[in-house]
Design a protein around this ligand. Sequence first.
Ligand code: MTE
Length: 317
Amino acid sequence: MLIQKKPSWFIPENEATAESAYLNRRQILAAMGFGIAGGMGILPSLAEAAISGIPAPRNPAYQLDRDITPEDDATTYTNFYEFGSSKNIWRKAKRLKPDPWQVTIDGMVEEKIKIDASDLIAQLGDQEERLYRHRCVEAWAMAVPWTGVPLEKLVKFAKPAAGAKYLRFETFLDPDIAPGQRQRWYPWPYVEGITMAEARNELPMLVTGIYGKALPNQNGAPLRLVLPWKYGFKSIKSISRITFTDERPVSFWEGLQAKEYGFWANVNPAFDHPRWSQKTERLLGSGDRVPTQLYNGYAEQVADLYADMPQERNLFF
Ligand code: MTE
């Protein structure tokens, strides 16, 4: 793909090159004869997803070592490339209609299921709130209350075959709603994957809410994944398909630039991104810089998952 070698979207926000990267993409778009997404109209806000159980009781087992990020920062500074490559896409994301929302569960499962997101969550049991750190590979970070259910409940519900080794997640595909999906050099739809062992760990959550409210569209309504020990790009938004498989999924960013975005993508201050350091992170809200923690501070819960793997693979690729 022509664009892969161009300056990519993953320029850290605090570097002045971000704007030039954006301009470059505009020029490329113009050269390819595409319109600019920013020119499209915005539909009025639609009803919030009818997922019940929000707000949910907080699970006290998950504590933070830092302040909760102000809600305004976490909900207006977001990555959702389906709506454009800037952080400021929350207005454009109002076009998404998260209710009703069909989710397909298929692949190596007892029975393929097509179910509305609200029914799925109701089937999985009570929701809970957890405070988690979130670390983007771009070196910004936040700490937020998520509402959802542990992913292991979905695994049980899906009844996977013994041979299933991975979960592959897919985001909706609808360029009429998500103008970013007209940018054909990206391998749409957005895909992510984790192993079955990771999915059965206590930390991953299928999330429906943030700050005690239904997820706003820009944060991944109606249903997203949250994997707090991995770089944020693994936490796929607005999931429409979950497939159990014995083949390792190729994720969106890995498909675009495998040398920069690995499958494992575990947070690691000692392993720099090829184009920037991962030793520190900038907190949304205060703007403070703090040291990055191995596995984003969740080593106690997840280090065992990677005990038999070589350092480099385990921590990033
Ligand atoms: N999921 C989809 N479908 N599209 C995206 O562009 N961006 C990822 C991830 N999930 C992304 C996505 C990245 S890079 C990050 S850091 C987190 O979402 C950001 O989550 P937030 O915007 O809710 O903070």
